[in-house]
Design a protein around this ligand. Structure first.
Ligand SMILES: NC(=O)c1ccc[n+]([C@@H]2O[C@H](COP(=O)([O-])OP(=O)(O)OC[C@H]3O[C@@H](n4cnc5c(N)ncnc54)[C@H](O)[C@@H]3O)[C@@H](O)[C@H]2O)c1
Ligand SMILES: O=C(O)C(=O)C[C@@H](O)[C@H](O)[C@H](O)COP(=O)(O)O
Ligand SMILES: [Zn+2]
Length: 377
């Protein structure tokens, strides 16, 4: 494949755990060249899912084969339900069955589900193995492949069992997005919007003008958005790797969104990115209700989400989640399990406006309930 776009490399600066994020087109077909320098010996294990295997795996396997890098491949079922104890156990046993040594390399090849699950397996197998992220969804290219959060869901909530385990390399080939379903592209776009809302108003304004083209597949715009998002995430992660402070900003919309995902049983009724979109709208609504944010900014956020056909509310859309019956009380119960709960109090990411997000525990639960009710009814 031709390589019409320059390869961009960003660095996640974490001392001895530092790594590159390499972004470009056609990189999958030259994956061996990028992977070889981080290998101890030429032996790898690819973990992927059935959709990625169907659409993209031959490219990666050919490159490794031609490049003299040994590999085995494990193909898992696609979807959020794979982030489970049962699947983790099965994956660990399969990896051990292949007699991977501690210094061999695991490759997480897929979206955020594969990245989170495989990264977690890598962090516990033989007390910690190296892994590489090759993200193939917009969401994983702008967010989940970077920063080392790995984990699975439990009956109690989203990502409640996991670890911080940084990859050795993130290799992002934007052409993999060409086989992604439109609904998944949109879901990933929500996390792109998140970076604008947190602390980059200019980027949000750019998305208002260019988001639709990006979603429709404009390559230049995709690359610009991926670079901007990864650079923002790399900065925050370098500052606060284990989320003792500022990193929690990356959770904008997630306290609400994770509760909706849990209430839907981690099913296809709502994808993570879609839940984050509606969660961000709720975070802005709560900020307005608390007198912290101009209503004009919250309206602008909802308008943009709606314009690109993301959810800004849990009713009134032609979307499977709108058929799921849930109450504000159900969602409040899930939120009580959020990892940001401290001293029994919820922590929220709110905003004083677009690009002005901040972290607070000073929130009245009754106002949270009202925002949820407004979104549901
Ligand atoms: N670790 C983090 O920092 C972080 C950040 C954001 C989200 N996440 C997690 O990521 C997960 C969501 O990730 P996701 O949105 O990538 O979902 P996903 O991994 O389920 O992928 C979405 C769907 O697209 C398919 N797919 C992937 N790549 C494809 C391609 N190139 N062509 C065709 N089909 C393809 C997959 O098989 C799947 O059906 C959630 O579990 C979320 O909690 C983690
Ligand atoms: O990397 C982070 O930090 C994030 O919060 C990114 C989020 O988009 C992502 O969904 C993350 O998995 C949520 O983290 P959690 O700690 O709330 O599970
Ligand atoms: Zn997220």
């Amino acid at each position: 494949m031709n390589n019409p776009h320059p390869v961009e490399t960003l660095r996640v600066d974490l001392g001895e755990r530092s790594y590159d994020i390499v972004i470009g087109t056609g990189l999958l077909d030259r994956a061996a060249d990028y992977i070889r320098p981080v290998l101890h010996r030429p032996r790898t294990m690819i973990v992927t899912d059935e959709n990625v295997a169907r659409h993209q795996l031959p490219r990666l396997e050919k490159s490794l084969r031609d490049g003299g890098i040994g590999f085995d491949t494990i193909v898992l079922p696609a979807g959020e339900s794979s982030k489970s104890f049962a699947r983790l156990e099965k994956l660990c046993e399969e990896l051990l069955d292949k007699k991977l040594e501690r210094k061999d390399m695991i490759i997480a090849f897929g979206g955020g589900v594969i990245g989170d699950l495989t990264g977690f397996a890598a962090s516990i197998l033989r007390r910690g193995m190296d892994f590489i992220q090759i993200p193939t969804t917009l969401l994983s290219q702008v967010d989940s492949s970077v920063g080392g959060k790995t984990g699975i869901n439990t009956a109690h909530g989203k990502n409640l069992v996991g670890s911080f385990h940084q990859p050795r390399l993130v290799l992002t080939d934007v052409t993999t997005l060409d086989t992604l379903e439109p609904r998944q592209v949109l879901a990933g776009y929500a996390e792109v919007v998140k970076y604008g809302l947190i602390d980059d108003r200019e980027f949000f304004l750019w998305l208002e003008r260019n988001g639709r083209d990006l979603i429709a597949g404009d390559r230049e715009k995709q690359i610009y958005a991926i670079k901007t998002s990864c650079a923002a995430k790399a900065r925050v992660v370098a500052e606060d790797e284990k989320e003792t402070g500022r990193r929690a900003l990356l959770n904008l919309g997630h306290t609400f969104g994770h509760a909706v995902e849990a209430e839907c049983g981690y099913s296809d009724s709502i994808f993570h990115g879609e839940a984050v979109a509606v969660g961000m709208a709720m975070a802005f609504d709560l900020s307005v209700k608390m007198g912290l944010c101009p209503a004009e900014d919250a309206n602008r956020v909802s308008a943009h989400l709606t314009e690109v056909r993301l959810l800004a509310r849990l009713t009134g859309f032609d979307h499977p989640v709108c058929k799921v019956k849930m109450t504000a009380e159900d969602l409040m119960k899930h939120m009580a399990q959020d990892k940001k709960v401290a001293d029994g109090k919820l922590t929220f990411i709110l905003a004083r406006g677009i690009g002005k997000a901040f972290i607070t525990q000073d929130v009245n639960p009754q106002q949270v309930r009202e925002v949820l009710e407004l979104s549901i009814y």
